[in-house]
Ligand binder design. Structure first.
Ligand code: THU
Length: 130
């Protein structure tokens, strides 16, 4: 199954009574496994979680910690830009050159990279002092 198909399928399960904006995310790891997530909203709005966060949680729960490729899809006019928090979450598990494809239901795709989504990312190296 392609990442697009996986993201498209899980998007259907998004729990979005407040925004009505379904998002699906799929990640492939170096092992070849695919992990998926959808957004899960909450009546206490800040408690809602993004599709990317769900897919990352599924990956980590399965014992994997490296993203080789990511795909995010929503029903929008333009490909969905991940929120700031999700850019940081992706950067935690993906090298800067990892491809992230942002897509719409009608087939438009914007292919980008983790480094483009989060230039100047904060990393563990910033905490080191010699
Ligand atoms: N959302 C995601 O799941 N991923 C994104 O990249 C952007 C936004 C969700 C959060 C919320 O449930 C809805 O889209 C509207 O913001």
């Amino acid at each position: 199954m392609s990442l697009r198909e996986a993201a498209l399928a899980v998007r259907e399960n998004a729990y979005v009574p407040y925004s009505r904006y379904k998002v699906g995310a799929a990640l492939r790891t170096p092992s070849g496994a695919v992990y998926v997530g959808c957004n899960v909203e909450n009546v206490a709005y800040p408690e809602g979680t993004c599709a990317e966060a769900g897919a990352i949680a599924a990956m980590v729960a399965a014992g994997e910690t490296e993203i080789a490729e990511a795909y995010v899809i929503a029903d929008a006019e333009h490909p969905v830009p991940p929120c700031g928090g999700c850019r940081q979450k992706l950067a935690e598990f993906a090298k800067s050159g990892v491809t992230v494809t942002l897509a719409t239901l009608d087939g438009t795709e914007h292919v980008t990279k983790v480094a483009e989504l989060l230039p100047g990312a904060f990393s563990a190296s910033h905490m080191e002092r010699t």
